[in-house]
Design a protein around this ligand. Structure first.
Ligand SMILES: [Zn+2]
Length: 379
């Protein structure tokens, strides 16, 4: 159910309203989630053009007229100019599934707060590839990247057209892509202020944050809602990760860098671990922000072909390859994948600046990364 919005309303649905009105040429202001004068004028204009009572209130009738544009029956689905919490992603996934039957949606885990964590399956080929994003809460912009990729793939398949110069139908037949757009939905919702302030999870997060006053709240939050850094949870030298992070002062649940009370204690990390074991991924791409760099090494492991693919990713993106072995970094999802399977895994750090990166960087990030996303599907 869409909420009723009016002058003075704020939040994600105001952003959705503004983004949608903008998409269809009724709004030229900022997508800022604040229903002010300019938004009101746009709503008046939209209502007058669509034969709805011109009252400036966005209720059932107005949402119904906006719905074809939100769900892509007219135009595109994934908004790339607004905040992207879990519920907007889920709305988009439903719409994508309906519009493009090749897009299959499944769930591999439930978050701490009980959100079903989706994956998207595209393709019928034997070779499996995994993409994941937003394991770190304040890196949510990459969820939009993967969702847009899903939409572009569906669209190119439908039209039998190319994406980054490749025929996606060939990829579809020879590969199966598993795309996990939001590993850490509770964390993303926390960062985007989309968790009720009266919920026990929010209050607990505030308490955790109080122990780490130097980390801005909620923008500095990377962990899951329990204050565990999901990318420090995997059984790849987890004890060493604990040593390193404890020495840095992360000794209890924290907005970032707390390794947990053991490996895989969190449903989000355990779910991803099991999902990965149940598949046969040839390579994985773990999307993070920021720095425009690509990590491909873990300790002295050197899976066959790993370096060549890394070079190709760097070439098509313009990102910098990090060839040095990080000496104090362990227990990440990719670290575990490389060391357990001895297959290539990559961390792609998109964008530049401070997390969370502003959505205004989306276009550059997407254009830089579409080559990597496609290349991973053809190697
Ligand atoms: Zn990260």
């Amino acid at each position: 159910m869409m909420p009723v919005l009016a002058y003075g309303s704020r939040g994600i649905y105001v952003e959705l309203l503004q983004s949608t009105l903008k998409k269809i040429g009724f709004y030229y202001g900022k997508v800022d989630g604040i229903f002010g004068k300019q938004t009101l004028d746009s709503v008046y204009y939209f209502q007058s053009q669509f034969g709805i009572t011109v009252d400036g209130v966005v209720g059932r009738a107005t949402w119904r007229k906006l719905e074809p544009y939100i769900n892509g029956r007219v135009g595109r689905i994934v908004p790339t100019d607004m905040s992207y919490p879990y519920e907007i992603m889920m709305m988009n996934l439903d719409a994508l599934r309906v519009k493009y039957p090749i897009i299959k949606v499944g769930y591999y885990a439930e978050s701490v707060m009980g959100k079903k964590i989706p994956y998207v399956k595209i393709g019928e080929g034997e070779q499996e590839i995994s993409y994941s994003a937003s394991m770190h809460a304040n890196e949510w912009i990459n969820s939009v990247v993967l969702m847009k990729f899903i939409e572009d793939f569906g669209d190119a398949y439908e039209n039998n057209s190319e994406l980054f110069g490749y025929n996606v139908r060939e990829i579809f037949e020879s590969r199966t892509l598993y795309i996990i757009p939001m590993v850490n939905p509770d964390g993303v919702d926390l960062v985007l202020n989309n968790i009720s302030h009266t919920s026990k999870y929010f209050r607990n997060a505030i308490e955790i944050s109080d122990d780490y006053p130097n980390i801005p709240f909620p923008k500095g939050w990377k962990a899951n809602i329990n204050g565990v850094d999901l990318n420090q949870q995997f059984p790849a030298d987890w004890e060493k990760a604990r040593e390193v992070k404890f020495a840095q002062g992360y000794v209890s649940p924290a907005p970032r860098d707390f390794v947990g009370f053991g490996p895989l204690t969190e449903p989000e990390s355990l779910g991803l671990y099991n999902f990965t074991l149940e598949h046969n991924f040839k390579i994985i791409l773990a999307y993070h922000t920021q720095g425009e760099i690509i990590f491909w090494r873990y300790l002295n492991y050197n899976p066959e072909g790993s370096e060549d693919v890394a070079k190709e990713f760097a070439r098509v993106s313009g990102y910098t390859l990090i060839n040095e072995v990080k000496t104090n970094s362990y227990a990440g999802y990719r670290d575990w994948f490389i060391s357990y399977f001895n297959r290539p895994g990559y961390t792609v750090e998109t964008g530049i600046g401070n997390n969370p990166l502003p959505i205004s960087q989306f276009e550059k990030i997407y254009n830089d990364n579409i080559g990597i996303l496609i290349t991973a599907g053809i190697i």
